[in-house]
Design a protein around this ligand. Structure first.
Ligand code: ZN
Length: 396
């Protein structure tokens, strides 16, 4: 019975426009919300709502082919997406919720491609129930199905799922680029006893990459695996070329006071990033700057807004990650500085589309800490804490 229904519905929708497709789905974590962005072409109507049993975000669009395939990285409160056609020819996307969230706003940005942006916020149980099935968007979804629809809805108490859901997609391994600071002709900081920062960062980065790869949950790549000099800008390029989901640069600090010790985590400061946005926009083809977003549009103002949007999203994600990493380090008993999450205009943190952090793992200027940073035991401790932080960030 079910297979016959699928067959009939396929016949119904064979003539739909197959050029209309959903090209990408990105989920961005922010301190106060989760932003879901669908890149698509074709008609711009949409309807978005929260449904129960099971709790999920439901998106209806005019017929579109799902083409965002294997590139989706899920983040809280989402772990999977299910896509199908309804009996009335709409594309229905279901994203089960792992915790209570509702739709704060949903809007479409016209462009190449069009982007549907859905902002979600965490809520209480009462508020969740209050927001249930509240419609966002102009698209009318026919809730009075035809005869066939009536038959189909008997399979599903919500009445909007034409045939049984597909199994949730297997999770994609996030790609993490680990950057060993300095190298080659650039030794970085040097301790009184002659320990060079570049020789601390390399085994540390290797240990982190090994730990992440061995977990089976991540694909970790290094910017350098030997003692070589790489320009800062090229480190960013390596991360972007690898289509990294995160970029983590490993360093060890130096100060005048030889007793200072402890780790700290840096993200890019606002002012520096705005300037960089301008520069990058001028230097490169804008379409090349933001992965997955084609900015080959006439309106330069819109391009600037989209780059800015992407940069802000990236920076918010970097901040969330940095806070997780600080918590992770402390959880493993790694001493941190006071106010360990800091901001600075590091060149390696300037990829507009890759959340990036820089970890000062400790102080080379403190001889005993410099020696500690060289021990595999301490490297393992930092690697383990970092993996736990990433697990939290990616909701593993
Ligand atoms: Zn350094």
């Amino acid at each position: 019975m079910i297979s016959r229904l699928i067959f009939i519905s396929l016949m119904f929708f064979n003539f739909s426009a197959f050029s209309a497709e959903i090209k990408a789905l990105r989920i961005g974590q922010h301190p106060d919300k989760v932003r879901v962005v669908f890149d698509m072409n074709g008609e711009m109507d949409f309807q978005v709502r929260i449904a129960d049993n099971p709790r999920r975000l439901v998106v209806h669009l005019p017929s579109k082919t799902w083409n965002a395939g294997g590139d989706v990285i899920f983040a809280k409160p989402f772990q999977s997406i299910d896509h199908q056609k309804t009996i009335t020819g709409l594309t229905q996307l279901s994203l089960p919720l792992t915790s209570l969230y509702t739709v704060q706003s949903a809007f479409m940005i016209a462009g190449q491609p069009n982007r549907l942006v859905i902002d979600m916020t965490p809520v209480t149980d009462i508020e969740f129930k209050r927001q249930l099935n509240k419609i966002h968007g102009p698209l009318v979804v026919n809730s009075q199905p035809d005869v066939l629809g009536d038959l189909i809805s008997s399979f599903n108490k919500n009445g909007d799922t034409p045939y049984p859901s597909q199994k949730p997609k297997k999770r994609i391994k996030p790609i993490i680029v680990i950057d060993a600071g300095h190298g080659g002709k650039d030794p970085g900081a040097i301790s009184k006893g002659g320990i060079k920062e570049k020789n601390i960062t390399l085994p540390m980065a290797k240990m982190i990459a090994k730990t992440l790869n061995q977990s089976g949950r991540y694909t970790a790549k290094l910017t350098r695996s030997d003692d070589r000099y790489i320009k800062l800008y090229n480190r960013v390029k390596i991360a972007r070329k690898a289509k990294a989901n995160l970029f983590i640069s490993i360093h060890a600090d130096s100060v005048g006071n030889s007793r200072t010790r402890g780790a700290s985590v840096y993200t890019l400061s606002n002012t520096a990033s705005d300037k960089q946005t301008e520069k990058m926009a001028a230097r490169e083809n804008q379409a090349d700057l933001i992965g997955g977003i084609d900015l080959n549009i006439e309106d330069k103002d819109v391009s600037a807004i989209l780059i800015d949007l992407s940069m802000r999203e990236t920076m918010n994600q970097s901040k969330t990650l940095a806070n997780n990493v600080v918590g992770g380090l402390r959880g493993e008993g790694v001493k941190t500085l006071k106010g360990p999450h800091r901001y600075a205009g590091f060149a390696v943190l300037k990829a507009p589309d890759v959340p990036s952090i820089l970890i000062e793992t400790g102080f080379v200027s403190n001889e005993s800490q410099a020696r500690q940073l060289l021990t595999p035991a301490h490297q393992k401790r930092i690697a383990k804490s970092l993996m736990k932080s990433l697990d939290k960030y990616f909701e593993f």
